[in-house]
Design a protein around this ligand. Structure first.
Ligand code: PBG
Length: 330
């Protein structure tokens, strides 16, 4: 009459539930994205990312210390480049005294053990908001890769532990690896944005850095000639395997929640750590719904983060990192 097996036994109370819980979130899971701007005393809230800020270097120090105190030991740096320093070739990206290079040193100065990863891509430096050099209606691949490789060396020289190319040009991992080796940066790692989709979820990030593609006559305003089509699955495996062959230490799937099928597939396929980027649009969606009182912020946040880890993420880049860790500590 009655079931012999009752799955509810393992859900009876809190103690048994915590005993059988399969996915545990800890501060070690997180990589914290940080937005850096020029100036002094700037802590600027990003309008489409409530409670997330752009920091000038002096205030970045305090934020980095606060993260470290919470047990967050890895950051991913992004810079907002002043318009007058932008051009087609990303010249400013190679400035040894540029904002990124100073930001790396600032973090290492206040917190030498903090793992510093840096965004390697042209878009914050591009007058056109693209991740590559533009010529004759094309986003050039190989010339862009040359700049990305020099940029990586520049970040390594400033003290970055890992470079994180987010551009999706072909062959950039191999070129960056060889460049780093040639310069003696054998311990500088590469976290590749391997399966990065052309996604509408990046909107708030482009607001934060003022890096959205601009209107051009001969180039589409989207990034679909280099970022992946979100309809594709096999292509993600191909991209990821190629990046590992080229020397990536860590691979990434981006965005997060809509792409957890890809995360699981990649996780089952590869033997290097898999990172997942829960992107700005995912953050903005929850903030907006919570502001309206339509979703319970913390509960949904924990559910989402746990789902990302359950899907196979070894590393989670998330704007929620601090909020999550505060909850873990209570
Ligand atoms: C640019 C870059 C983007 C993000 C990280 N690096 C935006 C883009 O590709 O246009 C998005 C991150 C986010 O939305 O949180 N190379």
């Amino acid at each position: 009459m009655y079931p012999l097996k009752r799955n509810r036994r393992l859900r009876t109370n809190k103690a048994i539930r915590s005993l059988v819980r399969e996915t545990i979130i800890t501060p070690n899971d997180f990589l914290v994205p940080l937005f850096v701007v020029e100036g002094k005393g700037v802590k600027d809230e990003i309008p489409s990312m409530p409670n997330y800020f752009r920091y000038s270097l002096d205030l970045l120090e305090g934020e980095v210390k606060a993260l470290w105190k919470l047990g967050l030991k890895s950051v991913l740096l992004f810079v907002k480049v002043p318009d007058n320093l932008k051009d087609n070739k990303g010249t400013e990206a190679l400035n040894p005294n540029g904002l990124m290079q100073r930001a790396i040193k600032t973090v290492k100065n206040v917190c030498p053990d903090m793992l510093v990863m840096t965004d390697v891509a042209l878009d914050p430096y591009s007058a056109y908001g693209h991740d590559g050099i533009i010529e004759n209606g094309q986003v050039l691949n190989d010339k862009t890769v040359d700049v990305l490789s020099e940029m990586s060396i520049s970040h390594a020289q400033a003290g970055a532990n890992f470079v994180a190319p987010s551009d999706m040009m072909d062959g950039r991992i191999l070129s960056i690896r060889e460049a780093l080796e040639d310069e003696g940066f054998t311990n500088t790692g590469i976290m590749s944005y391997s399966a990065k989709y052309a996604s509408a979820f990046y909107g708030p990030f482009r607001d934060a850095l003022d890096s959205a593609p601009v209107d051009l006559i001969d180039i589409p305003k989207d990034k679909k000639t280099y970022q992946m089509d979100y309809a594709n699955r096999f292509e993600a495996i191909r991209e990821t395997e190629m990046d590992i062959d080229e020397g990536a230490d860590i691979v990434m799937v981006k965005p997060g929640l809509c792409y957890l099928d890809i995360v699981r597939e990649i996780k089952n396929d590869v033997d290097v750590p898999v990172a997942v980027y829960q992107v700005s649009g995912e953050y903005a969606m929850l903030k907006a719904a919570a502001e309206k009182g339509w979703l319970e912020h913390d509960a949904v946040m924990m559910e989402q983060i746990t789902a990302i880890k359950r899907a196979g993420a070894d590393i989670i880049a998330s704007y929620f990192a601090k909020d999550v860790v505060k909850i873990l500590n209570t």
